[in-house]
Design a binder for this molecule. Structure first.
Ligand code: ZN
Length: 347
């Protein structure tokens, strides 16, 4: 099985975030991707490949050009204006009609315009890491188009909280949406194709960014299983009331166990089957694990293997898995490997 990795991710290493009413060490650390990468190095059935570089059009078909320009230039502009060199953390947020006021000129204004929370930080190396995270997803998608059945992209930073023109939840470019659009278009951003693509988001947190993007695209279905936003980040989206033909949310209560989760998972797979997807992109978050500090489900390590076994037998589709969350470093790599093992064994 091919797994894609890019070492540039280590350039994104913010010192801190503001979370749970306190300043804390940044939870989405480079160690996360390194642990996953290292766990795959000696696996004789895994071929680790470096990400290729792609044209910028693949990003601008999913994100606004103004937002992409912001990500690329924000840090230098911030520092040039005399603000703190350790990184960009917004101090206020544009809501409602405040988002209609463009252009925004000041670096602090732009941070509040393009970022949705204070647990996401832009540092000197963020853009380099972020664009390579997007390339990591695109390289995986390219392998799928060339006929591979199962590919894993060790994307970091993650992507599913990044919307059409906003960053948040540790995410900047929406890797899953970029890959899904690439697959839908057969790899050519200038000639929209018609291959139906489903995105299945299994991260504990609702993929608000993916939902925002999918509403703007044809032939892409998003199905998301996540913690109920009544009590879980991102709090304002992920409810059943938002469901459309393009977007189906399964918000689940705290403490859900393997058996109940598997029932919902089976429903989600039925929806993807009915949609007629040709490719499946999975946003894999293992912060659904019972010991993850950012989730409150009670899922065991065994469930990840059961989920992918079920996917393989029920759908029989080519699958690109992109990495999202998962923050318990003791179990992160083993839970990811548990999910990947049925794919590795079937490849
Ligand atoms: Zn998450």
């Amino acid at each position: 099985m091919i797994c894609i990795y890019s070492p540039q991710h280590i350039l994104h290493n913010p010192p801190k975030e503001f979370i749970s009413n306190q300043v804390a060490a940044y939870g989405e650390s480079p160690e996360r991707a390194e642990l996953i990468y290292e766990s795959l190095i000696d696996n004789g059935r895994v071929k680790l490949m470096r990400a290729e570089i792609f044209e910028p059009e693949h990003f601008s078909k999913v994100h606004s050009t103004a937002y992409l320009e912001y990500l690329e230039t924000a840090y230098d502009e911030w520092v040039a204006s005399g603000l703190w060199s350790e990184g960009i953390m917004p101090e206020f947020f544009a809501i409602g009609k405040m988002r209609d006021h463009l252009p925004v000129n000041s670096p602090l204004g732009k941070a509040g315009y393009y970022m949705t929370d204070s647990c996401t930080m832009i540092v000197k190396g963020t853009w380099e890491a972020v664009r390579f995270s997007g390339y990591t997803a695109l390289t995986g998608a390219k392998y799928l188009l060339s006929g591979k059945n199962y590919v894993f992209s060790i994307c970091r930073p993650p992507g599913h909280h990044a919307g059409y023109d906003f960053a948040g939840g540790y995410c900047f470019l929406n890797n899953a949406a970029i890959a899904a659009r690439y697959l839908r278009d057969g790899g050519d951003p200038l000639i929209p194709g018609t291959s139906k693509v489903a995105i299945l988001d299994l991260d504990f947190h609702h993929g608000n960014g993916t939902q925002d993007i999918v509403q703007r695209l044809e032939d892409i279905l998003l199905v998301s299983i996540h913690g109920d936003p009544c009590h879980s980040y991102p709090y304002l989206t992920g409810y059943e009331s938002e469901n459309t033909l393009k977007n189906v949310n399964f918000p689940l209560q705290s403490g859900i166990t393997d058996e109940a989760y598997l029932k919902i998972f089976s429903e989600a797979i039925s929806l993807i089957k009915r949609f007629g997807a040709v490719y499946l992109v999975i946003s894999l978050g293992v912060d659904t694990f019972e010991k993850d500090q950012l989730g409150d489900f009670r899922l065991s390590s065994d469930i990840y293997r059961l989920l992918s076994e079920f996917l393989i037998s029920e759908l029989g589709l080519p699958v690109l898995t992109v990495m999202e969350g998962g923050y318990n470093k003791e179990f992160l790599a083993s839970n990811v490997l548990s999910f990947l093992t049925p794919f590795i064994n079937s490849d």
